[in-house]
Design a protein around this ligand. Sequence first.
Ligand SMILES: Nc1ncnc2c1ncn2[C@@H]1O[C@H](COP(=O)(O)OP(=O)(O)OP(=O)(O)O)[C@@H](O)[C@H]1O
Ligand SMILES: O=C([O-])CC(=O)C(=O)O
Ligand SMILES: [Ca+2]
Ligand SMILES: [Mn+2]
Length: 673
Amino acid sequence: MATNGSSNFSFSRSYSTNSRLPLIQTRIPETEAVCHDDSTHPVKAQTIDELHSLQKKKTSTPSTPIRSPLGGSFSNLNDLERHAQKLQSISASLASLTRETGPRVVSGDPASKGTESPNKGRAAAAAAVDQHHLHHGPPTFNVSDSALKFTHVLYNLSPAELYEQAIKYEKGSFVTSTGALATLSGAKTGRSPRDKRVVKDETTENQLWWGKGSPNIEMDEETFLINRERAVDYLNSLEKVFVNDQFLNWDPEHRIKVRIVSARAYHSLFMHNMCIRPTFEELEEFGTPDFTIYNAGQFPCNRYTHYMTSSTSIDINLSRKEMVILGTQYAGEMKKGLFSLMHYLMPLRNILSLHSGCNMGKEEDVALFFGLSGTGKTTLSTDPNRYLIGDDEHCWSENGVSNIEGGCYAKCIDLAKDKEPEIWNAIKFGTVVENVVFDEYTREVDYTDKSVTENTRAAYPIEYIPNAKIPCVAPHPKNVILLACDAFGVLPPVSKLSLAQTMYHFISGYTALVAGTEDGIKEPQATFSACFGAAFIMMHPTKYAAMLAEKMKQHGATGWLVNTGWSGGRYGIGNRIKLAYTRKIIDAIHSGTLLDAEYAKTDVFGLEMPTTLEGVPSEILNPENTWSDKEAYKETLLKLASLFKNNFEVFATYKIGEDQSLTEEILSAGPIF
Ligand SMILES: Nc1ncnc2c1ncn2[C@@H]1O[C@H](COP(=O)(O)OP(=O)(O)OP(=O)(O)O)[C@@H](O)[C@H]1O
Ligand SMILES: O=C([O-])CC(=O)C(=O)O
Ligand SMILES: [Ca+2]
Ligand SMILES: [Mn+2]
């Protein structure tokens, strides 16, 4: 590492392969006595160092403004001071709670120290200003090694710089044939909901949903601080950390400033893509973040610590506005941790936070796509005929809908260019592809390969989708589409819902996955996850449901249930509904033609299914028609209905909204058998 990482090594390598360098003529021409260079365009540099300094133009790119207080617009003292303030702010973020000050942070890559760059003098000056700011307190006498050490901060690096860091220092990082950065997330290839902890204190005790069914497993403040210290000490022990200052929520009135401190370039690039990227000016004015993530990644929690049941811990402290990640490198923890934060902050402002995709037609008709993981939020909100607002996390306020994020996180398993061309084409330079398998030589990704995991993912900035709408905000929704991947194959491909049915299915949050493909075909596993995202909500599901009902009523939105799962029998017998058919169904919802279709009501679930729909064979619209074994159909239908019923029992005692009549309507909107 040390020698490989040294700039001298890479300099000499790029030197020898730089095609623009003059060629040395080795054969002395007969007519001339001395050997000379045959190039007509000699380089302007006098030395190799000078040559390399010419290679990088000093500009202030929007996402990498304050790396170095030099060059461009950073050459006066004011900028130097601003730079020092930024370092001080980062030092404060990284401060130990038991020692007096934060670590001594300096900006820049530690690998570049010692090289004679023309920046060196000014970098030292910046560090000196920094020191001046940091050590204003009483002198500390019991200095430990950690107090003598500098931590280098790589602040809001650009994707190109993060690529270089990842490839140089992080094993398993490769450039794919389309220019994406392939990474491995380590032992964890998905989230760890059982390792999530939320601090229960005087405030959150009453505000949050605790107990049975809740995703909020409690921890006390003291334990949080122990884990925080562990993460901070780990991060400070590193030679360098990555810091991202970014935003959540495209609604400027309710924008949240977040800081992410992480150990890996992979994590920094992931968040660069997934959060909203500040402009250069916004970053200058960033100030103190509203929330900070300390991601210690591979460094585990201490299992002797109270409340710890594994070596992984994801801890949220809403009062301190902090989150700590220990013992997992799965980047989705950061994304969904921030989503949990929004599920707390936004409802306090009377804004509904939603685990949904969102897109908008040319007539400004807006649709929300709810659904659990893998049901089609990203796939179906990415639509060449419509503007993409976002694929996964939104807010619905009095102003309309706003995306929380600045990027998309698409599933890649079996990704095919002809079926999902927009997502396929988004996997290019800047995109992080996680846990995919690629050809050793060509670096072409094999999207069908599940060797590492089935949960392969691509994280890309939203503007990589050609028809993304920037800023990612839209008017109030006209259609609310609930997606369920029903592996039992008994729900119709599409049904129109009453408001009470929409609420019933929203609170149920159903999908069915197929567990463990390793040991052959298995029974589908029903999953119920309240609000189609129980893992991320912070308050009781009825709080969000009541808000959704209120907003849908106020804006006259229609609810739909779309089964993106099985048809013609359950998993193992039937097949997954063709994506092309589901797209036709979605088109008919958007255009309004489905609203006026003829409907028939199903038994048991009482769902209104259309009898015809352009582009979709009519016989598949009623699932009963597609099953050859009618007895098996009936049996499976009743089985699913009873699973719904059992799941809903816990909600039966809750009042939804102000009005008792809505609660009763919702209760009777479930299956009847
Ligand atoms: N009929 C269908 N409708 C929708 N998706 C389908 C269909 N058939 C197959 N698929 C596949 O199912 C997957 C849907 O995943 P998608 O990324 O859209 O999930 P998601 O709802 O966004 O989940 P997450 O919240 O985990 O990101 C895609 O891989 C898509 O190609
Ligand atoms: O969070 C993740 O890892 C992926 C995702 O979007 C979800 O599960 O809803
Ligand atoms: Ca998604
Ligand atoms: Mn999601």
